[in-house]
Design a protein around this ligand. Structure first.
Ligand SMILES: COC(=O)C[C@H](N)C(=O)O
Length: 316
């Protein structure tokens, strides 16, 4: 099986000043994940690596760069799933941790549980030797400004959620195993303790070697109502291609509950799709040693991996 990785950096509006950073960030993440697959790493290793790269990138709403809750704090959700055995691990409402996706993987591999939240997740992180970092280190100038603006009495709540940037990855490795990973700071100025789709299995992601893997982004409450990730795999089980399955599920979410979002999908044959009902979604994929990426509907740049790695060294 030829390895494939697909990543997203969030569906929604992407403001002009963030466009280039998002293109470069998703391309870099896809290249990192692909390098893991080429060296014989598993699909789980690859999606963790790709998501970690975007958590460390302040352009995205995950890890450093996460949006703030109503109290001005970061609270993050993340999930990872292994399509070989349907094992999965998630964390919700975690603060002061650089890479929630790493902690989600440890929940999957080192506990008998699937989701740890808030205080318990932090106790587990301590027990696993994951360092706590000051919350301030995850907060960018941009997210603080945005939080403050949202608190102004004449602010428009519709504008709050326009330019977020949840991150996710799906992959198939040379043995035909699939995996997914998703990580987010959630919605801006959300209530304290709000947990979104990202931490919920079947909503923020799902992976099953029998059909494929998907990672989702968009309005979390809508995604949870239709259990978007599992719905896409169901459509593929019924014979749809990744692209048709993604569009059918996104259409259903729009007409049934009025929600918009985006998804990345890979099926067990290594066919992939990056689809969205929002105006934009940053995405990238590497297959057959070629990188494809874009952020607008219909936009697709193609470069060989060697060409892309050279331009990455020059700053993309
Ligand atoms: C693009 O924004 C998101 O994906 C937010 C995320 N789905 C949440 O609701 O927590």
């Amino acid at each position: 099986m030829k390895p494939v990785i697909v990543v997203h950096g969030g569906a929604g509006r992407i403001f002009k000043e963030r466009e280039e950073g998002c293109r470069a960030g998703v391309a870099r993440a896809a290249l990192r994940g692909y390098a893991v697959l080429k060296q014989g790493g598993s699909a789980v290793d690859a999606v963790e690596e790709a998501v970690r790269s975007m958590e460390d990138d302040p352009h995205f709403n995950a890890g450093c760069g996460s949006v703030l809750n109503e109290k001005g704090e970061v609270e993050m959700d993340a999930i990872i799933m292994d399509g070989k055995n349907l094992d999965s691990g998630a964390v919700s409402a975690v603060k002061c941790i650089a890479n929630p996706i790493k902690l989600a993987r440890l929940v999957m591999e080192k506990t008998k549980h699937m989701l740890l939240t808030d205080h318990g997740a932090h106790l587990f992180a301590q027990a696993m030797g994951i360092p706590e970092i000051p919350g301030e280190k995850l907060i960018t100038e941009r997210s603080r400004e945005r939080w403050k603006k949202n608190l102004e009495p004449d602010s428009n709540p519709e504008e709050f959620q326009k330019d977020l940037g949840t991150v996710g990855a799906v992959a198939i490795d040379s043995e035909g195993n699939v995996a997914c990973a998703t990580s987010t700071g959630g919605l801006s100025n959300k209530m304290i303790g709000r947990v979104g789709d990202t931490a919920c299995i079947g909503s923020g992601g799902y992976a099953d070697n029998h059909s494929g893997a998907t990672s989702t982004t968009g309005h979390g409450e809508s995604i949870m109502k239709v259990v978007l990730a599992r719905l896409i795999l169901y459509h593929m089980e019924q014979g749809m291609s990744p692209e048709v399955a993604a569009d059918t599920a996104l259409d259903y979410m729009k007409t049934r509950v009025g929600g918009l979002g985006g998804v990345i999908v890979v099926n067990k044959a290594g066919e992939w799709a990056a689809r969205f009902s929002t105006k934009q979604m940053s995405w990238a994929t590497v297959k057959d040693d070629n990188l494809h990426y874009g952020i607008y509907a219909g936009e697709k740049h193609i470069k060989s991996v060697d060409e892309a790695l050279a331009s990455e060294r020059e700053g993309f």
